[in-house]
Design a protein around this ligand. Structure first.
Ligand code: KIV
Ligand code: ZN
Length: 511
């Protein structure tokens, strides 16, 4: 009999804690829908107490998601728990995840609390969370550096208080596989009421061991793994969902459990997360990297052609790699457009929103002969970007780039509805265009990242640009897509400026 391993995705919470990976409410909902389609069991949507924006995003995810459990993070504090409970009120199935640190260093230096006080606060938090939902997860933060006896004591008491999932985080990525597996085994065997809760693990990747540690824990009885798409997350990231899931699927000879994940959704979800956060996936990344299934050497190619199993342990199509599919063109109508969007899991809030996106599709089809699924996805990103309170808008631009001449850009943008002109030279056309925008806006921001990816193949492919800007410690990502790279870059820059113009105070859960 194969046990079920619960997949708890925290891309929208721990993933978002990576500097620069912040997401808007609509972006979070889109990713959540993609996770739901992939049949993720639990989606940790955010930390509602961090800011009003975080609260709204968790609430929006809770409203939209019907199949997966929606979870919200809360420190072991009354206000955090009540805010999480409030944000989750409309969820079909909700979970509150509360935590407090249990390692000597965190208790003494960060919390300045005695172990007794920590136990008392943990128990109180779990009881309070149970007033909101029967599904309560408790994490002893920095469990990987906590004392075993103390962990057993806290966990036994929080289970008695009503915790249904006990999550063991290796918060700083310090553990190694065999020892971490032993820790889980000891906890499960020593805690008298361990059978009343599901044991979970949450591993960080500081030593590159997050997936290995998680899997070692699964071998010793953990039945939930917390992970993120593409391994996104605080510092070096969390365990990558795609690696955990595909290891279990591929090595059923070694594991006594499996997940309910629809693995064919992995690649599209990975791409969505990468394009929204601007965190590119390295080509040699397992499962979702562009080269993960590419066989370059002649010997490998020959072997795969004779029998794919000579060099392939998984099938590319099982994780969702497929050739770009031409779905639509210039003559496709509104109904065909709506139907294909529905098939991609994209719905429109109103007829007006459908019409706006359809008009963008027609514009694109005029410039680009063949429209692929990825192009359709980017149209939605664009419509969502346009929905961000648009203080700055592009009206027109002219960019000259000629051999032997200094590139120059002249553009007209609206600032709060008023047209203004900017003009600047630069070391290249994109540099000139950004300087021309700054000659109008003077945003005092610092450019942290500029990246271009082609959405599909071919020289008429749309370029998808991410611009990451920083001001006063706040970091935002802007996106833009167009068949003209300079236009895509200008759209991304203005999108980032619009995002940074919206003020937001945000707290970090673990500080
Ligand atoms: O890494 C960590 O300890 C966390 C907890 C909040 C579970 O993210
Ligand atoms: Zn974490």
């Amino acid at each position: 009999m194969t046990d079920k391993l619960i997949i708890f995705d925290t891309t929208l919470r721990d993933g978002e804690q990576s500097p620069g990976a912040s997401m808007t409410k609509d972006e979070k909902v889109r990713i959540a829908k993609s996770l739901e389609r992939m049949r993720v069991d639990v989606i940790e949507a955010g930390f509602p107490r961090a800011s009003k924006g975080d609260f709204d995003a968790v609430q929006a995810v809770a409203r939209e998601i019907k199949e997966s459990t929606v979870c919200a993070l809360a420190r072991a504090l009354d206000a955090d728990i009540d805010t999480a409970g409030e944000a989750l009120k409309e969820a079909n199935s909700s979970r509150i995840h509360t935590f407090i640190a249990t390692s000597p260093i965190h208790m003494e230096k960060k919390l300045r609390m005695t172990p007794d006080q920590v136990v008392e606060q943990a128990v109180k938090a779990v009881k309070r969370a149970r007033n909101w939902t029967n599904d309560v997860e408790f994490s002893p933060e920095d469990a990987g550096r906590s004392e075993l006896d103390f962990l057993c004591r806290v966990i036994e008491q929080v289970i008695d208080a009503g915790a249904t999932t006990i999550n063991i985080p290796d918060t700083v990525g310090y553990n190694v596989p065999q020892q971490f597996g032993e820790l889980i085994k000891s906890l499960i065997s020593r805690i008298p009421n361990a059978d009343k809760a599901v044991f979970s693990v949450h591993c960080h990747n500081d030593l590159g061991l997050a997936v290995a540690n998680s899997l070692s824990a699964v071998m010793q009885g953990a039945r939930q793994v917390e992970c993120t798409i593409n391994g996104l997350g605080e510092r070096a990231g969390n365990a990558a969902l795609e690696e955990v899931v595909m290891t279990l699927r591929t090595r059923q000879d070694l594991f006594t459990c499996d997940t309910g994940i629809d693995t064919t959704r992995i690649v599209s979800t990975s791409r969505l997360v990468s394009s929204i956060t601007g965190f590119a996936v390295q080509p040699n990344k397992a499962i979702v990297g562009a080269n993960a299934f590419a066989h370059e050497s002649g010997i490998h190619q020959d072997g795969v052609l004779k029998n794919r199993e000579t060099y392939e342990i998984m099938r590319a199509e099982d994780v969702g790699w497929s050739a770009n599919r031409m779905v639509m063109g210039k003559h496709s109508g509104r109904n065909a457009f709506r139907t294909r969007m529905q098939e991609l899991g994209i719905s429109f809030e109103s007829e007006e929103q459908l019409n706006i996106t359809f008009a963008r599709f027609k514009d694109l089809a005029d410039k680009k002969h063949e429209i692929y699924d990825e192009d359709l996805q980017s149209l939605v990103s664009e419509s969502e970007s346009a929905a961000v309170n648009e203080q700055f808008k592009l009206v027109s631009m002219k960019v000259c780039s000629e051999t032997g001449e200094v590139p120059i850009a002249a553009l007209t943008i609206t600032v709060n509805g008023v047209e203004q002109q900017g003009r600047a030279e630069g070391s290249g056309p994109v540099d000139a265009a950004f300087k021309a925008i700054e000659s109008v806006v003077n945003s005092q921001t610092e450019l942290q990242l500029y990246s271009v990816n082609s959405i599909t193949s071919g020289t008429d492919a749309q370029g998808e640009v991410t611009v990451r800007l920083e001001r006063g410690g706040r970091i935002v990502n802007g996106q833009g897509a167009d068949v003209d790279i300079v236009t895509a870059s200008v759209k991304a820059y203005l999108n980032a400026l619009n995002k940074i113009a919206a003020p937001e105070e945000r707290a970090h859960p673990q500080v």
